[in-house]
Each structure stands twice: as structure tokens, then as C-alpha cells.
Design a protein around this ligand. Sequence first.
Ligand code: NAP
Length: 299
Amino acid sequence: MTTRRNFLNDLGVLASVMATPALWPALALAQEKLPRRGIPGTNDSLPVIGLGNSNAFRQGDVPASTALIKLFHERGGAYIDCMGSSRFIVSEAASKLNIGNELFLGTYFMNDEEDVMRENIQRLLEITGKKRLDLVQAYPEFAVSNWQMFRRWKDDGLTRYIGIARHRSSYYETMLKLMETGTVDFLQVNYSPLETEADQQILPMAMDKGVAVTINRPFINGDYFSRVRGHELPDWAADFDCGSWAQFSLKFILSHPAVNCVLTETANPDHALDNIGAGFGRLPDEDTRQRIVKHLQSL
Ligand SMILES: NC(=O)c1ccc[n+]([C@@H]2O[C@H](COP(=O)([O-])OP(=O)(O)OC[C@H]3O[C@@H](n4cnc5c(N)ncnc54)[C@H](OP(=O)(O)O)[C@@H]3O)[C@@H](O)[C@H]2O)c1
């Protein structure tokens, strides 16, 4: 029963949370599911924060993977990027949690033998209970010579979407050429306040061609944290509801209009919650985005 004292205590907690901008995302997190953004040309959508190919998946740690996926799913997360044996670990965890159909798996197929790849697709469908895979993707160099095969898989109903995924500007030229064909559904590319090259050509073309975009390397595989370590988050980060250095990068990325979802890699549940928190609240405007880049360059 809520007594007057409890109610006043609750109000006190709420007041102190409201007075601490860093806690606002946590407040939203306790109540809401991650916001979603539409996949161009469809009625489908994706939550704005995704999970990368976590060490928990790579090491085949099913209990840790299951706990991470449960936490992520409970807060509205869906996209998980997974390749090799990780995709089977993720699928088994999803099946255990009975959420195989609710997750959106971005899986990679880059084995030369089509028969082997088709067998793996069937295995994933059986484990997850999905009728079709969500997203089959490949590195651009493999995609160039195998794109007709991927298109056939889509036509055959093995996957809903096909895409290309890589993490360096040296791949952009091939990615641009593939997107020119108008048949790429998803582009995954590196982008963050310390790696902004994608906003020159590749992100504008994705918007122009109606390609959904996921972002990798939001923390430059951890190097970002070496850059900001020992520095205080600037006061003005509170103006866009940013409560941590991780959210400082993620909110910059999410404020680009081409972006559907950022893939964050972690095996640490506290870090996963921090990252999910970036999906809530305000985002930086154009002036603030430039201020974020300059600020990081100055550290
Ligand atoms: N297709 C491709 O060519 C390609 C290439 C690169 C990446 N990717 C995809 O993109 C995903 C992400 O990119 P990435 O591998 O470069 O990793 P990332 O997400 O940029 O960085 C991961 C690092 O950041 C740390 N971290 C994560 N959240 C944190 C937080 N809130 N606070 C402090 N530290 C935090 C992690 O450590 P902890 O584990 O301790 O949290 C880990 O060391 C990958 O998992 C993969 O799925 C694809």
C-alpha cells in the first residue's frame, strides 16, 4: 500500500533523479521500450540500438549470451549482428527465451559453397522458428561476385533482406557501386564522431536509394574510451540527455538522418544498459554535432 510517507519518499527520489540529467535515460529505460525507425520502403522498423557480435557469443558462452539477449530484448532491442558460430549461439539463446521470432538477426554468409550456406540457413530457421531469415549480409568484396545468389535467396524466400557490411573507408567505393544497382536493402558501415567519413558520400547515397543503415564501430572497437578516459563529460551533454561518454558517441550517430540502428558490442550488462540508454531522450542538433566532433578532437 502506498502510504503518504512512501509517496513523499517516491517524490523525493523522482525529484533527485530529475535534478540529475545523467539519470534521465535510466528513468526512461525503466518505463519504455527502445524507439524504432522505419526500414525504407516497408512497414517494418528496427529499434535504434542493436547488439554487435559480442565476445559472449564468440566464446560460445550460452548462459552469458542468454542473459545479455534477455536484458536487451526486455528493453525493446531486436537487431543482433552475428557471424560464424556466434549466430548459432544467439539463435539457441533466442530459442531458449522463446523470442526467436522477435529478434532481427543480421547474419553473414561468405562461404564459397552455396549448398553449405543453404544448409546453415535451414539450421538457423529450425533453431529460431523463423520462416525466413531477417538479413543476409556479406563483405562487399564477396557480395560483388555473389550478389545474384543473394538476390535468388531473397526471391526464394530464404531471407527478407540482403545487405553489405564493412568497417573501413577503403570499402566505400565498392559499397557505392553495389548501392547504385538499387537492390541493396541494408548497408552496415563505420561511423562515429571520430570516424565521420561516411557522411560525405555513402550515408547520403543510402538515403537517396532508400537503403536501411546500421552502424558499426561506434566506439572504434574500444579505442574511443582510451581517448576520453580521465576526462569529464562536458556540462552541455545534458542538453541532449546524454549521461555517459558511450552515449556521447551513440547520440551523435543516431542524430544522422540516414541511421536506423547502431550496433554496440559488449559482453558487460551494465555497458549494454548504458548503450540502450542512448536510444532515449533528445538528440544533438547540427551545431551540437559539430561541437561533439571538435570536443573529442581536442582531448
Ligand atoms: N561487417 C564488418 O566488417 C564489421 C566490422 C567491425 C564491426 N562490425 C560489427 O559492429 C559491432 C560493433 O563494432 P566494434 O566491434 O568495432 O565494437 P564497438 O562497439 O565500437 O566497441 C566495443 C568495445 O567498446 C566497449 N564498450 C561497449 N560499450 C561500452 C560502454 N557503454 N562503456 C564502456 N565500454 C564499452 C567494449 O568493452 P566491454 O565488452 O567491456 O563492454 C568493447 O571493448 C561488432 O560487434 C560487429 O557486430 C562489423
